[in-house]
Design a protein around this ligand. Structure first.
Ligand code: YXS
Length: 354
């Protein structure tokens, strides 16, 4: 290729070489059951919320493996069958206000992130992992709970920065994940998973879970009420518009993980898709949907499903009467055939970010 040397070019702007890569795999132990990890955001964890959540899942398995000194990916029960550290409950909360809110969709290629994770014993067959993720340039130590969230008392008080139960600070988000060891029952299939610990799993290596991180009561309530308990927002009216139920045939191309199970991050994709469809039916634009700031996402997993299953997702959206751009949506996911409840999810969004 020859260059056109006659064109009136502006003098070239010197381009600085990209900074040297952050230590991608920089992981250091940090107290009982804990670790600290330097992360450079790569394309696989950016964009869709589910991609980010999937990465949190990988971090979770890795953290549990290190804390419990176990090969989580190769775990097997006494009968030799695989045991999976299945996702039972996930709660993601973002800290900060307006455009500074540290939400997953803000993460882009090359961002330097500081991850602190701690695994707790949550019963004979369960592990609770608390992740705190901060943009490396952001603060993680000042009081940054969203003012409105704090005012309604929903996100907890801000206090001791080492308190594992506190709400996220500005520039940081936190994800608490409850995992339970499961295996397939004697008939195989995904519908009737059984609790089963793998050989070599020693829960005594993990510190005990703080009571404040126990989601069990909320999950039990969500299972019957089809929404997580939320007294502070109980007065919010249901947004007018169609109750847009979405049927989804499990897609073997995208929905199933390497163990043949409906992947935990797929539930997030499907629930968000139901939200989006409802948003459009209410007259919302694509751009506005993407511009909303995610304050919280939460999901309880009550069951799995085989690949030939049709799922029905029903989103119910409520709006803050005092701030119309502030919405929460509860989503149920069921097996259409027998009505079996597979999951209950919650999303809280603010629009527009101020
Ligand atoms: O009443 P108690 O105190 O005994 O408490 C009950 C429930 O309240 C509580 N519980 C929960 N706690 C937190 N989160 C929940 N989602 C939840 N659900 C229930 O636990 C106690 C026992 O509940 P129960 O009787 O329903 O348990 P179960 O033995 O009948 O069923 C437990 C599971 C885990 C087998 C079942 O919930 C299940 O199949 N959940 C779906 C798990 C799943 O498929 N996750 C997504 C895929 S995981 C994934 O993608 C991984 C990468 S992997 O490849 O590993 O699968």
């Amino acid at each position: 290729m020859s260059l056109d040397t006659t064109a009136p070019h502006a003098p070239p702007v010197p381009v600085q070489p990209a900074a040297r890569p952050y230590p991608h795999t920089g992981v250091t132990p940090s107290g009982p059951g804990g670790l600290r990890r330097s992360v450079v955001a790569d394309p696989g964890m950016c964009g869709p919320l589910a991609s980010f959540v999937a990465r949190v899942g990988d971090w979770t398995w890795d953290a549990v493996g290190r804390a419990a000194d176990l090969d989580v990916c190769g775990a097997r029960g006494a009968d030799g069958d695989p045991c999976y550290l299945s996702f039972h409950h996930l709660r993601l909360r973002t800290g900060g206000v307006g455009r500074d809110r540290a939400e997953p969709r803000r993460v882009t290629f090359g961002d330097r992130l500081d991850l602190r994770s701690r695994c707790y014993d949550a019963g004979r067959l369960s592990v609770l992992t608390s992740h705190r993720l901060a943009f490396a340039t952001g603060a993680d130590g000042a009081d940054g709970t969203d003012g409105a969230d704090r005012a309604d008392g929903a996100d907890g008080a801000v206090g001791d920065p080492d308190d594992e139960t506190r709400a996220p600070h500005p520039g940081s988000l936190r994800v608490d994940v409850l995992n339970t060891w499961v295996t397939r029952g004697e008939h195989g299939g995904n519908a009737g998973l059984l609790r089963r610990p793998p050989v070599g799993y020693d829960r005594t290596l993990l510190p005990s879970r703080p009571d404040a991180l126990d989601p069990t009561l909320d999950c039990r309530a969500a299972r019957t009420a089809l929404a997580f308990p939320d007294p502070a927002r109980a007065h919010w009216p249901v947004a007018p518009g169609p109750a847009a139920a979405v049927d989804h045939e499990i897609d073997p191309v995208s929905d199933v993980n390497g163990a043949g199970l409906l992947y935990f991050a797929t539930y997030v994709t499907l629930a968000e898709r139901a939200l989006y469809r409802q948003w459009r039916e209410r007259g919302g634009s694509r751009g506005d949907f993407a511009a909303r700031a995610l304050c919280e996402a939460r999901i309880s997993y009550f069951g799995n499903a085989d690949p030939d299953t049709v799922l029905r997702l029903v989103p119910v959206t409520r709006t803050d009467p005092a701030e119309p751009g502030y919405e929460k949506t509860d989503v149920t996911i069921r097996d259409v055939t027998d009505g079996r409840l597979l999951a209950v999810a919650l999303f809280r969004h603010r629009f527009p970010p101020a």
